[in-house]
Design a protein around this ligand. Structure first.
Ligand code: ADP
Length: 518
């Protein structure tokens, strides 16, 4: 039986535990990959938002350039009071136009701005960028009016953008816009940045020196996740992060939640498997015990039947002459019949208990009286087996509410066992008394004793100790399981104390609180 249980354990491990652990490891690994992917997608999303803000900022300047070109086309004017600047709300401080050779430069100032740039300064800036100006012209020839951010040009923190012009259309080869970056961000970009940030993100703009110029949430001080340059204003950066903590935090939080769920699932599965394994083991043991039981019972029935048939046949043939011999034969037949009916009764009672069809007639009764009645009918049997016993009873022990037949049956079972599992010392002691729980009936023998591990199992149906001396004793393995069920029906208990080689004490413990109603 042990080897088949081991086999089942191995099969369970192979069939379920191994694939499950592989699955868990796989899930764990792919979870990691999955979280990495999410992180990547988040970062891409952040970059896209920054890209869209940059794109918008270029569109703003493009629209300025378009306005300038349109104005020039319409007026072909060289007036210093060109109105094209005033519409850019203080952001653009001046616009200049120049020819290819940088010989002619015309600067338009915003009326509300101080004049910060001189022809000289512009010329110097353009002189050193001649190759760039040629490149811009080439772009224009191929149909692309590129706007080139130049960066800071004056000590007053103004920035310059250059763009090529078509001389045939507007009389000039080159245009430049000089603007205030802080105002540009606050007035032209702020609303777009806030819109792009929405409720989920925080967008910031910082200058080269790490000064925060603008933020959609000034209260937040956690680290920015991505920083990208603001194309049009070299030295300025756009930053972005999630409002609710960093992406890493979010991802790792999700990762650990998933991990915990996975681990819990695995735990539940393993507990389930362990339960299945133990149940299976129990069922196999029970099946084994049942088959032992059938073998035991067949043997138990055959022996008395053979004896009865043999002895009665001898008597019927009148082969015995002496009366004494005849009495002896009758007594054997009587004893064997008793043995048979005891086995049959215990099987019937057991099956009734199993099907829960056994009816108990509870009445007020005395343990002392029940014990007396049992010994009246059993004394002869005990003595004939060569046993002696002592009786110690507390005359004042309280009455119990019980089914007298069921209690007698339990007592007989325990006395039978004390006789059956004896050693050389053919003695036992009965003790009737009460404790704080209620009255009890106790039998102490000096027999072979029961090991601690077997003490846990002897009350299981069909269980018989299968080692040493016990092997040679006959039995069905039903007696103690019946006693246990009977005591349970009485809200009581059967308790064993035993030591191998020294003997055992079985106690039927009744309960003061039991009133016969279940
Ligand atoms: P059975 O006696 O028919 O085998 P029981 O249910 O009465 O079945 O007992 C179960 C097992 O408990 C017995 O097989 C025996 O090994 C052990 N046992 C019961 N009573 C005693 C006892 N008084 N001393 C030693 N072993 C006992």
């Amino acid at each position: 039986m042990q080897s088949s249980i081991k086999k089942i354990g191995l099969i369970v491990i192979l069939i379920l535990v191994l694939p499950l652990s592989t699955f868990f490891i796989y899930q764990f690994a792919s979870l990691n990959e999955y979280e990495k992917e999410i992180n990547k997608i988040y970062l891409q999303q952040l970059e896209t938002i920054i890209y869209s803000v940059n794109q918008y900022s270029e569109d703003v300047v493009s629209s300025w350039v378009n306005d300038v070109v349109l104005q020039l086309k319409q007026e072909k004017s060289k007036s210093h009071q060109n109105p094209i600047i005033s519409q850019y709300q203080n952001v653009v401080s001046s616009i200049f136009l120049a020819d290819k050779n940088i010989s002619d430069i015309n600067i338009y100032y915003n009326e509300s701005q101080e004049s910060l740039v001189s022809n000289e300064l512009i010329r110097n800036e353009l002189e050193i960028r001649k190759p760039l100006i040629d490149k811009l012209q080439k772009f224009l020839e191929s149909g692309y009016q590129r706007i080139e951010p130049i960066g800071k040009i004056t000590s007053g923190n103004k920035y310059l953008c250059l763009f090529p012009l078509n001389k045939n259309e507007v009389n000039w080869d080159l245009g430049g816009i000089i603007f205030d970056p802080a105002r540009y961000i606050q007035q032209s970009l702020a609303s777009k940045i806030s819109q792009a940030a929405g409720n989920e993100f925080i967008l910031t703009v910082s200058s080269n020196e790490n000064n925060l110029i603008f933020s959609t949430d000034v209260t937040d001080s956690t680290e920015i996740v991505i920083n990208k340059p603001l194309w049009l204003i070299p030295g300025y950066t756009l930053g972005i992060k999630l409002k609710s903590g960093s992406i890493q935090e979010l991802v790792s939080q999700r990762f650990y939640t998933n991990l915990i769920v996975l681990a819990l699932l695995l735990f539940v599965l393993i507990v389930g498997l362990i339960l299945i394994y133990y149940n299976l083991r129990k069922e196999i043991r029970l099946a084994q015990l049942k088959s032992d039981f059938i073998a035991n019972v067949s043997h138990e029935l055959r022996t008395p039947l053979t004896m009865i048939s043999m002895y009665s046949e001898t008597l019927a043939l009148n082969r015995l002459k002496s009366e004494e011999k005849k009495r002896e034969y009758y007594s054997v037949i009587h004893n064997e019949t008793n043995r048979l009916s005891k086995i049959v009764n215990s099987i019937l009672n057991f099956s009734k208990m199993e099907q829960q069809t056994r009816k108990f007639n509870y009445e007020n009764c005395s343990l002392i009286e029940i014990n007396d009645d049992v010994f009246k009918t059993y004394e002869y049997h005990i003595k004939s087996k060569g046993f002696s016993y002592s009786l110690n009873q507390n005359e004042k022990v309280k009455d119990i509410i019980a089914d007298i037949d069921a209690v007698s049956e339990s007592i007989i079972n325990l006395i039978d066992n004390a006789i059956k599992y004896c050693n050389e010392k053919k003695e036992f002691a009965i003790n009737i008394n009460e404790n704080e729980i209620g009255p009890f009936w106790e039998i102490k023998d000096f027999g072979i004793g029961i090991s601690a591990s077997d003490q846990k199992k002897i009350f299981d149906k069909f269980y018989r100790v299968s080692s040493g001396l016990v092997n040679t004793k006959k039995g069905t393995g039903l007696g103690l399981s019946l006693v246990k069920q009977i005591m349970k029906e009485h809200s009581g208990n059967v308790i064993v104390e035993s030591k191998i080689g020294e003997g055992s004490t079985f106690r039927l413990q009744f309960n003061n609180n039991f009133n016969g109603k279940v």
